[in-house]
Design a protein around this ligand. Structure first.
Ligand SMILES: [Zn+2]
Length: 244
């Protein structure tokens, strides 16, 4: 009986109720990033591959570094997105761009995350337009990157060219935004100054990609586009069996 008494003694009493404290001492951490981009309306250039190869030289006078040419990615990578929440797609996105410079990678990140370009169909002549790069070549958060995006018109086969710029900002509108607008306008004017422009493209100057596509598949590059397409917006080739 003595051991039973001893055990009863050893049972720990329930802990006293903790007083409810509304605020404890804590530190808060946050990161707010905002990327902004602007795209001009399209300008129509003749259906000639030389028009596309000319575009880097149009961007050059406005660039603070080399102009890089980025072709559209393979259609298998249509779902690859530069989003940290979707790791497998992000890994695909990075792998598809392993040969791209830090400036172009930053530009793609800004312009693709904001939907200013669709690299399953757009080609891009892109450069650092304003700002600094760090020692490994990556642009500042507030640097302005951009250039000319282009795709082929699905009906006429003309080259549709848009000026695009992108930059990071802390939700503040100010000098960077003004400079970006000025650069966008300069890029657009530079295209017109080539003397090759046939005028402004109709409102729907971006090739239609998305759930509504699936009319026909390009025999040359595999791109799926709407039923009305005579030309592939991605590679510019005439659709098989389509007469313009
Ligand atoms: Zn094609």
């Amino acid at each position: 009986m003595s051991f039973l008494r001893r055990r009863n003694k050893e049972v720990a009493p329930p802990p006293p109720p903790t007083p409810f404290i509304e605020e404890i001492t804590a530190q808060e951490y946050s990161l707010k990033l905002a990327f902004l981009a602007r795209s001009s309306d399209g300008l129509r250039l003749p259906a000639d591959p030389r028009m596309k190869t000319m575009l880097p030289s149009v961007v050059e006078p406005l660039a603070e570094g080399p102009v890089e040419v980025l072709d559209p990615v393979s259609h298998e990578l249509a779902d690859a997105a530069p989003s940290i929440e979707r790791l497998p797609e992000l890994q695909q996105w990075i792998a598809a761009r392993s040969t791209v410079s830090p400036v172009a990678l930053h530009a793609l990140y800004v312009l693709e995350s904001t939907d200013a370009v669709d690299m399953t169909v757009d080609s891009l002549a892109v450069a650092l337009l304003q700002g600094e790069t760090d020692t490994s070549g990556y642009p500042d958060y507030a640097a302005i990157v951009g250039g000319l995006a282009s795709h082929w018109d699905e009906i006429s086969g003309d080259l549709i060219v848009r000026a695009v710029v992108g930059w990071g900002g802390k939700g503040q509108r100010g000098d960077t935004e003004r400079t970006a607008r000025r650069l966008l306008s300069s890029l657009y004017q530079q295209v017109r100054a080539t003397g090759h422009s046939l005028g402004a493209a109709a409102a729907a100057t971006r090739a239609a990609t998305g759930p509504e596509r699936g009319g026909s598949v390009c025999a040359h590059c595999g791109f799926e586009s709407g039923t009305d397409a005579f030309y592939c917006p991605k590679c510019g080739m005439r659709k098989v069996g389509r007469e313009a």
